[in-house]
Design a binder for this molecule. Structure first.
Ligand code: ATP
Length: 605
């Protein structure tokens, strides 16, 4: 019966739900839909169209907006140069006509389709649509996909096709939460889905709303929805919320959240969206088999790339490339590295009900760390105290808010994503974001050309960059008359992070001929520069004169800080170099007045 229901019925439900404002009404409409059209309780065929992002029965369509645009253009037999084709390709921008729909691919597509499809419904059934979608997912190339889309276009009208496109893009924008859908389906549906990530199993097991289902624990081999972190605005806010608790503070690594499920020699790598990332098998399986000391377990952690030559984690974004290199047996300085920060299952038992502290102990017993390939994240007992010198510290038990602040600041300077605070007494709960874990991240503004400051001095680095300039003092211009170049620069902030080693080397090489040693207090800084007497503002070298210098585009946390250290009235919190503006002449540096206006207009104080 569900399968014989026409898709147009579901479309009417979608359209009504999207328009309705009341969530109670949306829920009761959905209930009515189930009662009327799914009397046979074959819920899966409908639910997978309503919650397409949770459906793992079908593989991926491999159709994001841009490919979908060209496939639709071909399916409709349009010229790629036609106005409508360009409208689809440039769906983000919109044109004169698409203005209102710009940015919403399905609406732009519906507009284009409307001019080509009849108004009458094609009477496609839910079963037929699911079959076509299966075909779309399993077709190997774009020609096959285009042909499926072309058949779908013949069997639908523009409204129906719009919803199909949204199903393919896995976002219906119905304004009804997944929670509500699950709740109307069955009171235990959400819980069961959270621990199995299996929509089919949920729909098959929970056919009778009146029969409660015993809470199910997690299982090896079935992805579980991850424990999440609640965002907080400051270290003190997090500290207050965790008052009285024993708190571990960890670095927030910027990689892929991955659950490793090991069952004997069978290993799965489930992502946050419960996709099994088999590409990680090549680089990681042997390491796991050799260094995980139990037969069955589930680890929770982050998949990253470790750069052996730089002795640090590579920036986000190279996981796939390195996984491919491992598959092809290519030699590289960069290797996949899994950082396990939690353990959810050991042997035959789920351990999510134990405290985090107990789970850390288990993690130590189960995983034998292998430098740069398999790491465990457990607290070392005090801020940097037990970390071997030169090694970054990634986790510690905090005793006061100052330690948290300091760690946060260090993590930003290290270009990490932020920090995570966790209650050591808490259990691990699927899909929970109630605050057992809290994340603190800087909010970067992308300043574009707005925050272009001039380098006026340099500071020597330490360690690897000892004896070389590694940080800069940058200044803003005193507003010149409209026809003149600025003559004075007001010190503004100190910035060191954001550039790769190569970029920094190139910049320092360019500036080196103009570095002048600063012999304080004997010698005043060059008269072009206005500074305070604060020690932080005494760079090791000055740039001889501003016209020899280079502009840096700076991004920073959106909050600026009142500056006591620098001569400008405000400075930046967690500044970071976005790029070096070799293309911009020195005199086009931002002036102090404009910066102050920028701060006031963004209310960024
Ligand atoms: P974000 O974009 O901030 O990562 P999110 O919604 O993906 O947000 P959250 O639950 O809000 O995820 O933040 C936790 C995420 O941070 C995890 O999914 C994981 O990928 C990542 N992470 C990095 N380091 C840690 C850590 N030490 N502990 C927990 N999560 C960590």
């Amino acid at each position: 019966m569900t399968e014989q229901t026409e898709f147009s019925v579901l479309c009417s439900f979608f359209t009504w739900t999207q328009r309705s404002k009341s969530s109670a009404q949306k829920r009761s409409k959905f209930r009515k839909f189930l009662d009327t059209f799914c009397k046979d309780r074959n819920y899966l065929s409908a639910i997978r169209l309503i919650l397409p992002n949770l459906d793992r029965e079908r593989g991926s369509y491999g159709l994001k907006e841009s490919v979908l645009a060209t496939s639709l253009i071909d399916a409709l037999g349009m010229s790629r140069e036609s106005e409508d084709a360009l409208r689809l390709i440039n769906w983000r921008k919109g044109g004169a006509k698409t203005g209102a729909n710009a940015g919403n691919f399905a609406l732009v597509a519906a507009e284009v389709l409307q001019r080509r499809q009849g108004l009458a419904s094609g009477r496609l059934t839910i079963r037929e649509l699911n079959e076509f979608l299966d075909k779309l997912a399993s077709s190997e190339n774009r020609t096959e996909k285009t042909s499926v889309l072309s058949t779908l276009i013949q069997k639908t009208n523009a409204q129906e096709m719009k919803w199909i496109i949204m199903i393919i893009l896995k976002d219906l924008k119905l304004g009804i939460s997944e929670k509500s859908i699950f709740h109307e389906l069955h009171p235990d549906a959400e819980d069961l889905f959270n621990v199995t990530c299996d929509l089919k199993l949920v729909c098959e097991k929970l056919k009778d709303r009146n029969q409660r289902h015993k809470r199910q624990d997690i299982e090896v081999g079935k992805a579980v929805r991850p424990q999440l972190a609640k965002r907080v605005g400051s270290a003190s806010e997090a500290w207050k919320k965790l008052h009285g608790k024993e708190v571990v503070v960890e670095c927030k690594f910027d990689g892929d959240r991955i659950q490793i499920h090991k069952n004997g020699t069978n290993i799965h790598f489930f992502s946050r969206n419960f996709l099994d990332h088999s590409e990680y098998q090549h680089g990681m399986s042997d390491i796991i088999l050799q260094n995980i000391l139990v037969d069955r377990c589930i680890l929770d952690g982050e998949m990253l790339v470790w750069d052996k030559s730089l002795n640090r984690f590579a920036e986000f974004g190279s996981n796939q490339e390195i996984a491919k290199a491992a598959r092809d047996g290519l030699d590289s300085d960069r290797l996949l590295c899994y950082v396990a920060f939690d353990i959810l299952y050991v042997g035959d038992t789920s351990v999510i009900h134990q405290t985090l502290k107990e789970r850390h102990e288990l993690l130590c017993k189960v995983v034998r760390p292998l430098k740069g390939s398999l790491e465990i994240l457990i607290p070392n007992g005090g801020l940097n105290s037990n970390c071997p010198s030169g090694e970054p510290c990634w986790s510690f038990i905090a005793h006061n808010v100052d330690e948290v602040e300091r760690f946060f600041k260090e993590s930003i300077e290290n270009r990490d994503e932020g920090i995570v605070l966790k209650d050591l007494g808490s259990k691990w709960e699927p899909s929970d974001r109630s605050g057992k874990w809290m994340k603190l991240k800087p909010e970067y503004i992308h300043a574009g050309s707005d925050l272009d400051a001039l380098i006026i001095g340099g500071y020597y680095g330490s360690g690897r960059r000892g004896g070389e300039v590694a940080q800069f003092l940058v200044g803003l211009a005193e507003r010149p008359s409209p026809i003149a170049h600025p003559r004075r620069f007001i010190s503004f902030c100190r910035v060191g992070t954001g550039l790769s080693d190569d970029e920094l080397d190139a910049l320092v090489t360019k500036l080196k001929p103009y570095f002048r040693k600063y012999e304080y207090p004997k010698k005043r800084p060059p008269s072009f520069y206005q500074v305070t007497n604060h020690s932080k503002e005494r760079p090791d070298v000055w740039i001889e004169s501003p016209d020899k210098s280079i502009i840096l585009s700076i991004t920073s946390d959106i909050r600026t800080i009142d500056s006591e250290v620098f001569a400008a009235p405000y400075s930046l919190r967690f500044p970071r170099i976005d790029r070096v503006r070799y293309d911009k002449p020195w005199y086009e540096c931002l002036d102090v007045q404009s910066f102050i206006e920028l701060v006031h207009s963004s209310n960024g104080t």
